[in-house]
Design a protein around this ligand. Structure first.
Ligand code: MLT
Length: 407
């Protein structure tokens, strides 16, 4: 008899963004004339940078000729991309990460979801921020590391509250945990963490033999000089932290798919005898068994992000989304709400004073604007809404006019 993995029954029936998509499609079906503006899921709307398109075309042409054709690529990514990443994303910021500590993948969602496979199925105590990107939680539930959800929280998970009182940056866990997920700039709140705040987590991980999984998918949106872009800007982080990055939001790769994970050589976990063992060999083993790499044209396109031309084009994309975020922030503030995020991030988060889903429905039905209900990210998100800046300025202005007219 083939038994189902019953842990799947513990997870909420549908993924948050699938649930929203269903509600929006029901609404548009019933209201054929509606002109819905989407500021919900963080999906980019602007075209790929021209430098990436040119690099992809050139690489595709190479694939079309026998003498330049390439079959399977290297398991962990082509050296040209790994080296460009190490140089521009880390060494340029004083973080000593080398090319062979970088593992190219099809995106941060997959990597943040898959990474938990490297840890013991039982006995690993996991801490997540609340509110939280659902992938961190759901993948651990599927793996059997939690009990059932009770009042919106899974048993045996440690939740780190992110509220107005702590400026949406959680304190280190009060209890002993083994694995800690962090995301800065944060999805969904848009909050950022200082070096001191990250240092507290790095120190905690050293003291408690824990590991930090640091999601930096939105680092390109940081404009303030004193905010760290990488956990490796913090002393001691290489032993206790893995970092996830994405080309989705800075270079518009949500449909193109490319990201990477950094597993430093010094990074350690522990075996059942309590001995420290390197983590990187486990990730390498997992990647070479389950993944055959990102296509050559896409890796060439990602490499182009680091060219002078590509860098300027990515900056223009990010600046455009940040300009949208500023409009959203200001319009929300004018209505008397207290927006968080949107200054160093593409997400704006605010307390609506009513039930998140009711507010979501109100904006969908009365303003025809799609947002994301904060309660979908966890109990601390109750009453909040997230607005994404990923759209054109024209649509953002139109959407905010409509939203403000119904508030
Ligand atoms: C979001 O809206 O939270 C993002 O699109 C998540 C993602 O990048 O998967």
């Amino acid at each position: 008899m083939i038994l189902a993995n019953e842990n799947f029954y513990k997870v909420q029936a549908t993924y948050l963004f699938s649930d929203i998509a269903r509600r929006v499609s029901e609404f548009t079906e019933a209201n054929k004339d509606a002109s819905v503006i989407r500021l919900g899921i963080g999906d980019v709307t602007r075209a790929l940078p021209q430098a990436c398109v040119d690099a992809m075309i050139k690489a595709t042409t190479e694939m079309g000729a026998d003498d330049t054709f390439r079959g399977y690529g290297p398991d962990y990514g082509y050296d040209f991309l790994r080296e460009a990443i190490a140089l521009h994303d880390f060494k340029a910021r004083g973080a000593d990460i080398s090319a062979d500590e970088i593992f190219v993948s099809d995106g941060a969602k997959c990597d943040t979801g898959n990474f938990q496979e490297l840890f013991a199925a039982t006995g690993t105590k996991v801490a997540v921020p609340d509110p939280v990107y659902p992938v961190y939680v759901d993948t651990n539930v599927m793996a059997g590391r939690t009990g059932y959800a009770v009042d919106g929280r899974y048993e045996n998970l440690a939740y780190l509250d992110c509220t107005e009182a702590n400026n949406f940056v959680p304190a280190v866990p009060e209890e002993q945990v083994d694995l800690i997920y962090l995301c800065f700039p944060n999805n969904p709140t848009g909050a950022t963490a200082t070096k001191e705040q990250l240092k507290a987590f790095v120190d905690y991980a050293h003291e408690n033999k824990a590991l930090i999984l640091f999601d930096a998918a939105y680092e390109a949106f940081i404009v303030d000089d004193d905010i760290p872009h990488s956990i490796y800007e913090i002393e001691g982080a290489k032993e206790v932290a893995v970092e996830f990055r994405s080309f989705s939001k800075n270079a518009g790769f949500t449909g193109t798919r490319c990201g990477y994970t950094v597993v430093p050589e010094e990074c350690r976990v522990f075996n059942s005898k309590g001995e420290a063992v390197p983590l990187a060999p486990l990730w390498k083993r997992r990647m070479s068994t389950k993944f055959n790499g990102v296509s050559y044209p896409v890796q060439r396109a990602a490499e182009a992000v680091y060219s002078e031309e590509g860098g300027a084009q990515c900056k223009a994309l990010v600046d455009g989304y940040l300009a949208n975020a500023k409009v959203i922030r200001e319009r929300i503030a004018q209505k008397g709400f207290k927006p968080v995020g949107g200054d160093n991030s593409p997400y704006i988060w605010f307390n609506t004073g009513m039930d998140s889903w009711k507010f979501f429905d109100k904006l969908l039905k009365e303003a025809q604007v799609v947002t994301t209900p904060g309660s979908g990210f966890g109990r601390c998100g109750n009453g909040y809404i997230r607005i994404s800046a990923f759209n054109s300025m024209e649509n953002v202005v139109k959407a905010m006019d409509r939203v403000c007219s119904v508030l």
